[in-house]
Design a protein around this ligand. Structure first.
Ligand SMILES: Cc1ncc(COP(=O)(O)O)c(C=O)c1O
Length: 352
């Protein structure tokens, strides 16, 4: 049976070109700063993000963690969106390892926060009872908000508020190239106002592992130290960096295909009675779908899709997530829609 794996863009395998580059990668001891492939990748990343320096880390989660640790002191308060990945999906690492308190501000349907609400959430100095607000975390594209995008002016508006209060801004840019491609702007337009950012090589870009933490040299030095502290100092990791370099050279432009497929998927799903999705809100590669009670319990609906070969993620009480990626073609989208439509028809008939 053919399987349509729409759980995530992290399921992508390295390309043949990446595998070849990995096999011939020049390597050295990266903890000693001597891996030429890692050094090349870090320079490339810094340049593509318009920052002074970069450091390679194992994952997006590690990237967010070391960035946050490098920007804060124990006891500080970090402001992050109600739907943010750092709040939902990183095991509370910032609190556990940083002794930090996370303060939430509502994300709207595309992951934006109201700058006035952010302003109100920032602690004013002078009250002995208050923690210090030191860091604002943004996310672009926004995973739990259907891959929603922050524009350069959204980013600037939020950064201006934080900077006016002496705070730093961290951007979880796990999928920053999806945002840049969708907006048709260089990634630097989306990063120029933030103090630091993390982006991932192992999502839509298809590399097997790795994320880059980028910022000014002083910040990157602190993040590199924290990387060592959390056990992320790897040695001949140029074998991974070599794949990352190929990812940056060959896999960014093609993200537009994932976006077109996600849009087509959303339009098709919106036509299926009992399923709701707003196709106009699908700007990148993530589609959240709502399931009407008339189709029966959502876990049963998801189980039936899986039995038919369609794999999804983020199963909720009434919704699930589908993510297009390099292994999903336009024809796969058609076939997926055929399966989901059939499953929905059967589910509607069964629950009558
Ligand atoms: C927005 C966002 N940030 C961070 C991460 C964490 O990345 P990783 O799975 O590499 O730890 C993810 C993973 O899906 C993500 O969607």
């Amino acid at each position: 049976m053919k399987v349509y794996d729409l759980r995530s863009d992290t399921v992508t395998h390295p390309t043949e070109e990446m595998r070849a580059a990995m096999a011939r990668a020049e390597v050295g001891d990266d903890v000693m700063g001597e891996d030429p492939s890692v050094n090349q990748l870090e320079e490339m990343a810094a340049q593509m993000m318009g920052k002074e320096a970069a450091v390679l880390v194992a994952s997006g989660t590690m990237g967010n963690l070391v960035s946050i640790l490098a920007q804060t002191q124990r006891g500080d308060e970090v402001i992050a969106g109600t739907e943010s990945h750092v709040f939902w999906n990183e095991c509370g690492g910032a609190s556990v390892m940083g002794g930090l308190q996370l303060r939430q501000v509502a994300n709207d349907y595309r992951g934006m926060m109201d700058p006035d609400e952010v302003d109100r959430a920032i602690r004013r100095p002078g009250n002995i009872h208050f923690p210090r607000s030191s860091l604002l975390c943004l996310e672009n594209t926004h995973n739990r908000c259907s891959g929603g995008i922050l524009t350069p002016s959204d980013t600037k508006a939020l950064c201006d508020v934080a900077h006016a209060h002496g705070m730093q801004v961290h951007l979880d840019g796990a999928r920053i190239f999806n945002a840049a491609i969708a907006l048709e702007v260089p990634a630097t337009e989306l990063t120029k106002d933030v103090d630091d950012l993390t982006f991932c090589l192992s999502k839509g870009l298809s590399a097997p592992a790795g994320s880059l933490v980028c910022g000014d040299q002083d910040f990157v030095d602190r993040a590199r130290k924290w990387r060592k502290a959390v056990g992320g100092g790897m040695r001949q990791v140029g074998v991974l960096a070599a794949a990352g370099i190929v990812a940056l050279q060959t896999c960014i432009e093609r993200l537009a295909d994932d976006h077109a497929n996600a849009r087509k998927l959303a339009e098709g799903l919106a036509e299926i009675p009992g399923l709701s999705v707003e196709p106009d809100n699908i700007r990148t590669n993530i589609v959240f779908v709502e399931v009407d009670p008339s189709l029966g319990p959502t876990p049963d609906f998801i189980r039936r899709m899986v039995e038919e070969g369609v794999r999804v993620s983020y199963p909720g009480e009434r919704n699930f997530r589908m993510v297009t990626n390099r292994h999903i073609t336009s024809q796969d989208v058609d076939e997926t829609l055929g399966i989901v439509s059939r499953v929905a028809r059967v589910a509607a008939a069964a629950s009558h």
